[in-house]
Design a protein. Sequence first.
Length: 326
Amino acid sequence: MRAVAKLDTMKNQTGVARDVAVAAGSRQLPSHADLNLLRTFLAVYRTGSFTAAAPGLGLSQPTVTAQIRTLEQQTGRDLFTRLPRGVEPTPYAHELAGQLAGPLDALAGLEGTGAVAAPVHLAGPSELLCVRVLPALVPLVTDGVQLRVTQGLPEPLLEEMRSGRHDLVIATRRPRGRALESVPLADEEYVLVASPAWAERVVAQSHTADGLCTALREVPMVTYAEDLPIVRRYWRSVFGRQLTARPALTVPNLYAVLSAVNAGAGYSVLPRSLCQEYLDSGRLALLHDPEEPPLNTLFLVQRPGADANPDVLRVGSLLRKAARAW
């Protein structure tokens, strides 16, 4: 039976390789085009640089550069425009990648048939990972899926994804450019909160939005960044004005903000997912309940070619399903 299965896999590989050749030929590549050159081309196309593509290919950067130069000589066309940082695909490269991606990814999947699934490398904001993502993925972990989780800010994580480090990234903004595909995952609501003691004092002095803003001038503000990105956005979208107050306490992350506000240090604006348990238990109080609270869309970004690992597809599917209830 194993011999039959191996023979079937070899036949499938031959068929997919033929599809690659057909796709290549339809785009004016020589009929004898080396699959290794095509794989290198697709890796550079997806990562956006020769240097970033090299580790995933198991090649040195000079070898990647030489292979792309060879392919450009064979096609008689420029594939990439060299930039100070990375490369930009030419229109011809976009067209060629569209033809080759499917067959090459299918061939990579067949070549890995029978192998143990590799760990899924997942990254995102620390607080979201702990509160929402990891609890949602417990069933897959108990079912044998291996996860390697990294926390961080969106731009550095997406840059690392382009170099092949992450399979999936949950980002608080859509990635720039066309190299990384993303889908909306969920909308995160932001809420204005304080401890019950501060809330009682504030509410007693304010019956309107203007009154609330005035009352909050006497309350210490807690934030995770000096430029107040979340609080400023709340003021603009809900109150229609610029925030002029300065923070009384700046801490490293949103968990620390939550801890300080819960302890009575002052007020802040936090993702509802992070503080909902505290609101439900009465440890925190909602200072304002606008008709249209500010929302931030979360995006699920998948590295091109990562779906060759079936566990990446399982993780992505479960996250999309779980996010419906976030």
